[in-house]
Design a protein around this ligand. Structure first.
Ligand code: MIC
Ligand code: SF4
Length: 645
């Protein structure tokens, strides 16, 4: 029987388990990437494993998130990352070189390879035919040490593309249409494989926009075939030797097939405050706009920036709009500088920002109170921009520029001008001088540790009885941005006690203080949550900091994949309501008890959560044997140590 693309790559990398959807499998990882916000902790954990040199084919450490440097912390972390990379065989991409996903696609991604990244948008690499997955830093550290990556063997859904996008309709509108169909919930354990004759009409950066924002669906990853278009892209990056042909067999089977006629799509927008709150741009056209931001790992390629530059040429940004543009990489910035596109952008009155994540993660460019901000990024969670009252609308670069010019949300088709056709360059501008290769004399490297860098906290073995309190009760779709805010707090990423002060900051400013007091008094803290808990980023701090605050379990209606794995890695028990309606009967601050946990996990039987008021609530779990052992040991580091000792 024919194989789909996903089966082909997984089969070639399988080290444990069988390829049956739902089974736990382990795969060999060829490449890893980290970024600085998750990287410091990942490398501290890697160091704790005592491995000298990475065992992967390629590992790259990018600095792209924490580049504001308001204080010594970020710069200290960068120096740590540079020295640790040089010593342990990792390439180091300096601040200014660009956003990890954009640079990795340009310079390192290879069809058919596996990529594990400590960032949820690692699936961007699926645009060039990689099986690219986001994970917590600890899982990436294990992969750098040569360990396999464990995941649930996914169901594969084919997105069958036909036709061709009409002028002014962009790749972003494709993924927004997919988000409209599938939403951000209920897609855990699925991979989207794109196919059909429409694929050939999309360039690699356009494909990467689609796979990038697949992260918002909660799927494991998304992948495109490696075809003549991929070959031309790699050739233009002077990497033709990295190309292989990789396509699904014609008789491949899928769990489900979704058909999208590219020619039928129209410009779309994700309205506040969720990437699946989709409307057509026409539906919201006319809404007055305060800010427009183009950039982020979703839409900051050469093609995207040239669309922006062409539309701005000879025009001025609307006086009421603050328009910022952050090119995705130095390659993009240098190319638009050399071809004059940058001059058109500057002349229009746009603000040119560094090639980093910046505004996307709330590190600068927070909009005004109650603002409407149109952005080309991938997440519009409440408060993520740095301004809680602001409403973020996610669109294509085309719609973003149209809105910057008119001062209101505008369907770009209504600009009444000819659509600029941007051809892919035959040759990209190549200068890898900001990627420092690892040292050939690692013994000569001393790792730099500034005062901001602390040791990762140690986990404690899972108690047999969790006896304590509902420390917080939260609703559906709680994101890791709610749990562990980034933005101006990012600089504390390497200092867990300090960063832990901000857990659930926006939902309950006293949470951290109270949880720590409970912990000191020997009271266990438990979180009660609704559907899809832990959406969004891969930041394992959303598990490490709660662990530090004495959280022992999260009881939710359902969990997102990366966050559930992070909870397990840090010894926090992810429990699921056997009956969702029981969620309603629990209250914040209620005293609770879950007993005989260790024996139940070993036997695989359900648990009962009892309240002081006499309620008995059945809770269950979805854990592999390995995950149970990790939890019983008190987290991945304890588990690894117990096995090697
Ligand atoms: C994000 O987009 O939320 C981030 C910041 O890139 C995170 C990683 C992090 O929190 O450091 C992600 O997507 O995984
Ligand atoms: Fe950076 Fe934003 Fe992409 Fe996250 S989503 S990697 S913050 S650009």
């Amino acid at each position: 029987m024919g194989k789909n693309l996903v089966e082909k790559i997984l089969k070639a990398h399988l080290v444990e388990g069988t390829l049956e959807p739902g089974n736990e499998i382990a795969i060999r990882i060829d490449q890893t990437l980290t970024q600085d916000a998750t990287g410091t902790m990942a490398y501290l954990q890697f160091e704790a494993m005592g491995v000298d040199r990475v065992a992967t084919e390629l590992s790259v450490s990018y600095v792209d998130h924490n580049t504001l440097q308001d204080g010594f912390e970020n710069a200290d972390d960068h120096r740590y990352l540079q020295t640790v990379a040089a010593k342990h065989g990792i390439h180091y991409s300096k601040a200014g070189n660009g956003i990890c996903h954009q640079v990795h696609l340009e310079r390192f991604g290879r069809p058919g390879k596996t990529l594990l990244g400590s960032d949820s948008h690692t699936p961007t690499g699926g645009g060039i035919g990689m099986f690219a997955v986001g994970a917590g830093g600890l899982d990436v550290a294990v992969a750098m040490g040569g360990g396999p990556f464990y995941l649930t063997c996914p169901k594969v859904v084919k997105v069958n593309l036909s036709g061709k996008l009409k002028p002014w309709v962009a790749a972003k509108d494709v993924i927004l249409a997919v988000l409209e169909m599938l939403t951000t919930k209920g897609n855990v354990g699925t991979v989207l494989e794109y196919g059909g004759e429409g694929v050939a009409t999309l360039s690699v950066p356009e494909r990467a926009t689609i796979t990038n924002m697949g992260a918002e669906l909660g799927v494991t990853t998304s992948v495109f075939p490696s075809d003549a278009v991929a070959k031309a892209f790699l050739k233009a990056q002077k990497r033709e030797q990295d190309w292989i042909v990789l396509e699904a067999d014609t008789d491949a089977t899928y769990d489900r097939v979704i058909d999208i006629d590219l020619g039928s799509l129209v410009p779309r927008v994700a309205r506040p405050h969720s990437p699946d709150n989709i409307a057509t741009v026409k539906d919201v056209a006319g809404t007055k706009v305060d800010q427009v931001m183009v950039g982020s790992c979703t839409n900051s390629s050469f093609r995207d920036l040239m669309i922006v530059a062409s539309l701005l040429k000879g025009k001025k940004v609307h006086p009421d709009v603050s328009f910022g543009i952050a090119p995705g990489s130095r390659q993009v910035l240098e190319m638009i500088a050399r071809n004059g596109g940058l001059a058109d952008i500057i002349a229009s009155g746009a603000r040119v920002l560094e090639s980093t994540c910046g505004f996307c993660i709330g590190a600068g460019q927070a909009p005004r109170t109650d603002a409407v901000s149109v952005r080309t990024s991938n997440r519009n969670f409440e408060g993520r921009s740095g301004t809680k009252s602001a409403g973020i609308y996610l669109t294509s670069p085309e719609t973003a520029v149209a809105s910057a010019l008119t001062g209101k949300i505008t369907d770009p088709r209504d600009l009444g001008i000819a659509y600029p056709e941007i051809a892919m360059p035959a040759e990209f501008w190549i200068d890898d001088s900001l990627v420092l290769p690892p040292s050939e004399r690692p013994e000569s490297i001393t790792i730099y540790r500034g005062p901001n860098i602390g040791d990762p906290p140690k986990g404690e073995p899972l108690p047999d009885t969790i006896k304590g309190i509902v420390a917080i009760k939260v609703g559906d779709k709680i994101t890791t941005d709610h749990i562990m805010p980034a933005g101006s707090r990012l600089k504390y990423r390497s200092n867990i006690p300090r960063y832990a002060e901000f857990v659930f900051e926006a939902l309950d400013p006293d949470f951290s203080k109270q949880a720590l007091e409970n912990k000191k008094a020997g009271i266990h803290n438990v979180i009660i949550a609704g559907l899809s808990y832990g959406q969004g980023s891969s930041r394992e701090h959303a598990a490490i900091c709660p662990m530090y605050l004495g959280i022992k379990a999260v009881v939710a209606k359902s969990f997102e994949r990366i966050h559930a794995a992070n909870l397990i890695n840090f010894g926090i028990l992810p429990l699921i309501f056997a009956n969702e309606a029981d969620y309603d009967s629990l209250n914040a601050k209620e005293q609770i008890e879950i007993s005989s946990i260790r024996a139940a996990l070993q036997k695989g039987t359900d648990l009962t959560l009892r309240t002081a008021g006499g309620k008995a609530i059945a809770v269950t779990y979805s854990l592999s044997l390995r995950q149970k052992d990790i939890l019983l040991a008190g987290g991945m580091l304890n588990y690894t140590r117990s096995r090697s000792g």
